[in-house]
Design a protein around this ligand. Structure first.
Ligand SMILES: Cc1cc2nc3c(=O)[nH]c(=O)nc-3n(C[C@H](O)[C@H](O)[C@H](O)COP(=O)(O)OP(=O)(O)OC[C@H]3O[C@@H](n4cnc5c(N)ncnc54)[C@H](O)[C@@H]3O)c2cc1C
Length: 472
């Protein structure tokens, strides 16, 4: 049978649900806001950025009154739907960091290591059962040009003091057995696999126990400055109540932002994921993978995959789908063609797993910027700060994003706020109706580049010159 036919069978019983959220322990939502409140800090958005903002703020100042407004439920967005690769990088990988901020990349590496450690310490301190496994990552080459790029990437990592081991095809397959692998690069440090929904739910529990109040199913509809001149405060209106606050942090990432300026820098792109049923002992031994590393291949369009705590394979990536007008929501979330293509790639990678079924399929909106890292800003006379746009590497970076947003809104100059990455905004995406064609042209150029041994072509070369691009 062809991989495509095997994939169709494997998808027959797949539910359109997020594996991480599809659990009886999913917390009951808190009531929605139905009154007016007056607080010190309001956080808009209950994903990782919002949760880390609330935790950092309340730990630093237990007397601060804080509320979190979430349009749906905690971890409804990317934070509950991601692959759970929790990586130290703040720059969507070293290559991107060196490309944009060569002078401060070593400082960013150092801050990224500290941020990951801070995240793990918080997991311990608050006893958050999200199964963190410091597995490291294995990048694999599935074409000869990808094998060459592994060598270049390994030299760059070594030049910045990072540990990496290059593996030939046989050594790579002895780690994880796929006939498609031509080589690999083993990165032992700075990558932790975890359960993202349990991290979010655990953060929520911790924050709530410290006195922060949550209002779910409570979209912020508008933000207005109150007082005149300096940063005196804001009023945030919701459907049935309003919050007046001295300060606000907006953490809505890929969703329609309550501050229009964010949309200039952030585009929502849908990334799709499949999860299999748990593998049997025989299936596990057919693929090896005893070290449980996170894996990804090296193309511009790439797959990322990992084992879950109960030995399923989570398999995602490849297509990054942008919908005209920045559309997000259920109407654009399901793409049977993308699921079928992902499943076909899965069985091409692991033909020995024929007969394994997928139990879950979903997608989620990634907020991408033209430089693939978070962007920050302030508004409303400095009473509001926002952080958004981690592209596909925000599980750990969102903690850093939250800390920067708090520095900005509290008017604190720190090592973080001095970074060029923080001070300078990304190159903006064009508005519609130009945004959609610009992204489609770039996506096609990326596909062509992968088909032509990684050669960038004139359009990508032009974008490279300006340090801008499109990724997931
Ligand atoms: C499929 C997928 C796979 C990914 N894989 C990885 C990975 O393996 N590793 C990694 O590091 N990163 C990954 N990412 C990226 C990572 O998940 C995100 O960068 C991170 O979760 C962003 O967190 P956030 O809180 O900023 O955004 P979100 O989690 O999207 O949270 C934003 C929240 O704001 C709420 N909201 C929106 N508008 C309003 C409003 N008006 N009022 C109130 N609330 C509002 C939303 O409902 C949502 O809950 C992935 C993302 C996706 C989608």
């Amino acid at each position: 049978m062809s991989a495509e036919a095997i994939a169709t069978l494997a998808l027959a019983e797949t539910r359109p649900e997020v594996f991480w959220l599809d659990r009886p322990e999913r917390p009951e939502p808190s009531p929605c806001l139905d009154t007016d409140l007056n607080v010190d800090l309001v956080v808009v958005g209950g994903g990782f950025t919002g949760l880390w903002t609330a935790l950092t703020a309340i730990e630093a100042d237990p007397g601060r009154s804080i509320v979190v407004l979430e349009a749906d439920t905690i971890a409804f967005g990317a934070s509950g739907r991601n692959g759970g690769f929790c990586e130290a990088s703040l720059t969507h990988g070293l290559e991107n960091g060196v490309g944009h901020w060569p002078a401060e990349v070593d400082k960013l590496l150092h801050l990224g290591d500290g941020n990951l450690q801070g995240l793990l310490d918080a997991i311990d301190r608050h006893d958050i059962g999200c199964s963190p496994e410091p597995t490291g990552a294995l990048n694999v080459a599935v074409t000869p040009w990808q094998a060459d790029s592994l060598v270049d990437s390994a030299s760059l990592h070594e030049a910045h003091g990072m540990s990496v081991t290059l593996l030939d095809a046989a050594s790579t397959r002895s780690q994880v057995n796929s006939p498609t692998y031509l080589g690999g690069a083993w990165h032992p440090d700075g990558v932790v696999m975890l359960d993202p929904a349990r991290l979010a739910w655990g953060l929520r529990r911790a924050v709530e126990s410290l006195g922060v109040r949550f209002f779910e199913n409570t979209p912020a509809r508008s933000i207005e400055a109150i007082g005149g001149g300096g940063p005196t405060g804001v009023r945030i209106r919701t459907d049935a109540g309003a919050v007046t606050a001295r300060r606000a942090v907006v953490a809505t990432n890929a969703f329609r932002p309550p501050i229009r300026r964010i949309r200039r820098y952030v585009a929502p792109v849908y990334d799709h994921v499949l999860v299999t049923e748990p593998l049997s002992a025989d299936q596990l031994s057919a693929i090896g993978w005893s070290n449980r590393q996170g894996l990804s291949d090296m193309g511009s369009q790439f797959h990322y995959y990992r084992l879950t705590a109960d030995d399923r394979i989570l398999w995602g990536g490849w297509d990054a789908l942008y919908h005209f007008g920045n559309r997000v929501g259920p109407a654009v979330e399901h793409s049977p063609g993308t699921s079928r293509m992902l499943a076909t790639h899965f069985f091409e990678t692991f033909p020995q797993l024929e007969g394994l079924s997928f139990t879950h399929r979903w997608s989620g909106p990634i907020a991408t910027t033209s430089r693939f890292t978070c962007a920050w800003g302030t508004s409303h006379n400095g009473a509001v700060a926002w952080a958004a746009g981690y592209t596909g590497l925000g599980v750990a970076a969102s903690r850093f994003g939250a800390r920067v947003a708090l520095d900005l809104v509290d008017g604190r100059a720190t090592e973080r706020t001095e970074l060029e990455m923080v001070r300078r905004s990304p190159f903006p995406f064009p508005p519609e109706p130009l945004r959609w064609p610009a992204i489609q042209i770039t996506r096609r150029a990326i596909q062509r580049s992968d088909q032509r041994d990684g050669k960038r072509g004139p359009w990508l070369a032009l974008l490279d010159k300006f340090g801008i691009g499109f990724d997931s």
